[in-house]
Design a protein around this ligand. Structure first.
Ligand code: A3P
Length: 347
């Protein structure tokens, strides 16, 4: 494993600083919440509304819930961390805004996907408890993003005609991706978390935004009940056939590709611009640190389906398969565990 450590000096706002800004009401609330140490040593997790919220984001989550007013035209990119958020942001931005600029002038060449579609709880409401979002987008419609679970979304987002695109990933690859990512975020001189320790925490759901299964099931069920509002995508399907998935995304968002565009290769161009190979090599994604403290380059690692098989022991496979079955058995949701699927599909 690459054990590159980051210095605290690179982090714009450390979770500890953030806790010092909490008012009395929030201090009282957290006294009532179960608390755990986060995988990243400087941070805590609070079990808030059924999910483990990183302490650095808690105040912002609450402000977002209280103050955000959705517009019918809003588009929200939602995911569980490490499931392909960066990719889906790049694709959504490019699909929606493709007529605003020439291909070679796509803002993705100058700004990271997370700068173009900002998180409510890690950017907008972290910087300001009541930001003015009325004209927050250079190119309407407004595009936002969050990792907050479905039950905790602000009411106006559920009640409006705004659209949600959700991406999930098979839990094995997601877990390995998270393990590498958190190791990169490890503060100086702290002990790395072993794979076994991390796996234990993952199975118990005690990590930022966890439990994974509840998050995915929440959006899966909501998308089944309201398919015009929530598009449920899977990382493995995008890897397998990005063109058809892009067309599906564009259609759902109300920006379908015309025959003319398809003939001129616009779909392929967007797929190429947003590809892992392209984004990873852009200077903007190699340098810089996100407001929440992660260097942009930590978002690009391997981007493979089935990488988990290089790390999992048979006992880990057995345990996670059992958990997948227990949680998703009756849901109708299945996961492709390798690029050889569907025979490896697990439910
Ligand atoms: P790996 O760690 O398995 O490589 P998120 O964006 O939700 O944080 O997810 C990060 C994962 O998505 C990482 O997976 C990363 O390499 C992968 N990824 C980032 N950009 C991608 C892209 N354009 N296409 C495919 N995968 C991408």
């Amino acid at each position: 494993m690459d054990t590159t450590e980051i210095s605290k000096d690179n982090i714009v706002s450390t979770p500890k600083d953030e806790e010092e800004t909490w008012d009395e009401e929030l201090q009282e609330l957290v006294q009532t919440l179960p608390k755990e140490r986060n995988w990243i040593n400087a941070d805590h997790l609070y079990f808030y509304q059924g999910f483990w919220c990183p302490s650095g984001a808690l105040k912002a989550v609450i402000s977002f819930q209280k103050h955000f007013q959705a517009h019918d035209t809003d588009i929200i990119v939602i995911s569980f961390p490490k499931c392909g958020t960066t990719w889906l942001k790049a694709l959504t931005f490019s699909v929606v805004n493709r007529n605003q600029f020439a291909r070679e002038e796509n803002p993705l060449f100058r700004s990271g996907p997370h700068q173009l579609i900002r998180f409510f709880e890690y950017d907008l409401y972290l910087e300001n408890p009541s930001p003015d979002l009325e004209n927050s987008s250079l190119y309407p419609p407004r595009l936002f993003s969050t990792h907050v679970p479905y039950p905790s979304l602000p009411p106006s987002m559920k009640d409006s005609n705004s659209k949600i695109v959700y991406i999930c990933r098979n839990p094995m690859d997601m877990f390995i991706s998270l393990w590498f990512f958190t190791d990169k975020l490890r503060v100086e001189n702290s002990e790395p978390l072993s794979l076994d320790e991390a796996f234990e925490l993952f199975c118990h759901g005690t990590f930022g935004c966890g439990p994974f299964f509840d998050h995915v099931l929440g959006y899966w069920k909501a998308s089944q009940e309201n398919p015009n509002k929530i598009l449920f995508l899977q990382y493995e399907n995008l890897k397998e056939d990005i063109i058809s998935q892009l067309k599906k995304l564009a259609m759902f968002l109300g920006f379908p590709f015309s025959e003319e565009e398809e003939k001129h290769g616009v779909v392929e161009e967007i797929a190429e611009t947003c590809s892992f190979a392209n984004l990873k090599e852009l200077a903007v994604n190699k340098n810089g640190v996100h407001t929440f403290g992660f260097p942009h380059n930590t978002l690009f690692r391997k981007a493979e389906v089935g990488d988990w098989s290089n790390y999992f022991t048979p006992a880990m496979v057995e345990r996670l398969e059992k958990l997948i079955q227990e949680n998703f058995d009756k849901s109708g949701l299945t996961f492709k565990l390798s690029s050889q699927s569907p025979k490896d599909a697990c439910a």
